[in-house]
Design a protein around this ligand. Structure first.
Ligand code: HEM
Length: 363
């Protein structure tokens, strides 16, 4: 395929090749070393850990993992359920139709990640607007750069404020445990805070919007999610939706450190690799009948959260949010339906994360 700068890149599409590439130490995610991998790389104020290789990547990731363990995020389930109910209550109070993205899919994960990080939710319009700009395909490098600088300034101010007035949140903990020891600078905390803020709301919001649409298009499977009182049935449905939808359509880039052979193809040192997760998750060598949705099947081993050392840090949190949001919607709004013909739904075709821009629904 052709890259943003006119060079060509290898597309890795088969399930086994994707796993091999994502677990090979000779393949890099470092955008400082290989800036052609990512058009926004040079706009980053300081490097962020997802775009680094080990050992530096692991050093920073390890500082964050304890906030994203199953135990830690399961402790947030109750709070997530309350938020889900609160936004559904608001939708019901306002009438019998809404844009599900604006009214529900975006605010729920935005609030959850804001609470976890300690970012004031009052600022959500500001950070949502700028993170959309950073991920838009058709904005100029200057616009991207401005959005990134605005977010960085916002987070850096927040870090300084939390130094004076710490709270019970991830940013305050990083300042107390890591900035005071010199392991991280304030700028590191601000940049990794941006990554968590963007990764933590955009992806899950798209999964909620697209997941809801997919269930509405498959009423028999939606009924299983709605009527089951077994959390395992819902959890399994969410895994299959994650696999089937594979929303991380254009966000996984790597570069070869050395000459290698991938899937029988020679790749030269410095070549760029575009990892096609949707196609890997739809590879029939991984799963029979992979092109169809079956929420009762076992999808163990799917790659919706990536694979290897960069596998999604927030996956446990995303699972809590999705297993609350999707059945919550179907149960509280049993008449939920799409309010426009499917052809009128605007999909996020060329964005890093696939989804819908708006989802007009009625109930
Ligand atoms: C359904 C929702 C989500 C999906 C589909 C998703 C998908 C992914 C994928 C595919 C990767 C691998 C990227 C790569 O290998 O280059 C990734 C990494 C990451 N995700 Fe998620 N994600 C989701 C939710 C979240 C949430 C809620 C957070 C919360 C903070 C988060 C934080 C991250 C971070 C920090 C990384 C980089 C990890 C590293 O490089 O070590 N994600 N995600």
């Amino acid at each position: 395929m052709r890259l943003w700068n006119g060079r060509t890149a290898w597309v890795i599409s088969r399930y086994q090749d994707v796993k091999t590439v994502l677990s090979d130490e000779r393949i890099s995610a470092d955008t400082i070393r290989y800036p052609q991998m990512h058009p926004g790389a040079e706009q980053m104020q300081v490097p962020a850990f997802p775009r680094m290789d080990d050992p530096e990547h692991a050093r920073i990731r390890l500082m964050l993992t304890k906030d994203f363990t199953v135990k830690r995020v399961e402790a947030m389930r109750h709070q997530v359920r309350e938020l889900v109910d609160r936004f559904i209550d608001e939708m019901i109070t306002k009438g019998n139709s809404a844009d599900l993205v604006e009214a529900f899919a975006l605010p729920v994960p935005s609030l959850v990640i804001s609470l976890l990080l300690g970012v004031p939710y009052e600022d959500h319009e500001f950070f949502q607007k700028h993170s959309v700009t950073i991920n838009l395909p058709d904005v100029t490098p200057e616009e991207k750069s401005q959005a990134s600088a605005a977010l960085f300034g916002f987070l850096l101010e927040l870090v300084k404020r939390k130094e004076r007035e710490p709270g019970d949140d991830l940013i305050s903990r990083l300042i107390a445990d890591r900035v005071s020891t010199g392991e991280l600078t304030r700028e590191d905390v601000a940049m990794n805070g941006i990554i968590l803020l963007i990764a933590g709301h955009e992806t899950t919001a798209n999964m909620i919007g697209l997941g809801a649409l997919t269930l509405l298009q498959n009423p028999e499977q939606a009924a299983v999610v709605r009527d089951s009182d077994d959390p395992k049935v819902v959890a399994n449905a969410v895994e299959e939706l994650l696999r089937y939808l594979s929303i991380a359509q254009d966000m996984i880039w790597r570069a070869a450190h050395e000459d290698l052979v991938i899937g029988g193809q020679e790749v030269k040192a410095g070549d760029i690799l575009a990892i096609n997760l949707p196609s890997a998750n739809h590879d029939e060598s991984f799963l029979d009948n992979a092109g169809s949705l079956d929420i009762t099947r076992n999808t163990r081993g799917h790659l919706a959260f990536g694979y290897g050392i960069h596998q999604c840090l927030g996956q446990n949190l995303a699972r809590v949010e999705l297993t609350e949001a999707l059945p919550g919607l179907l149960r509280r709004l049993p008449g939920l339906r799409l309010a426009v013909p499917l052809e009128q739904v605007a999909f996020r075709g060329s964005m890093a994360a696939f989804g819908v821009h708006e989802l007009p629904v009625a109930w």
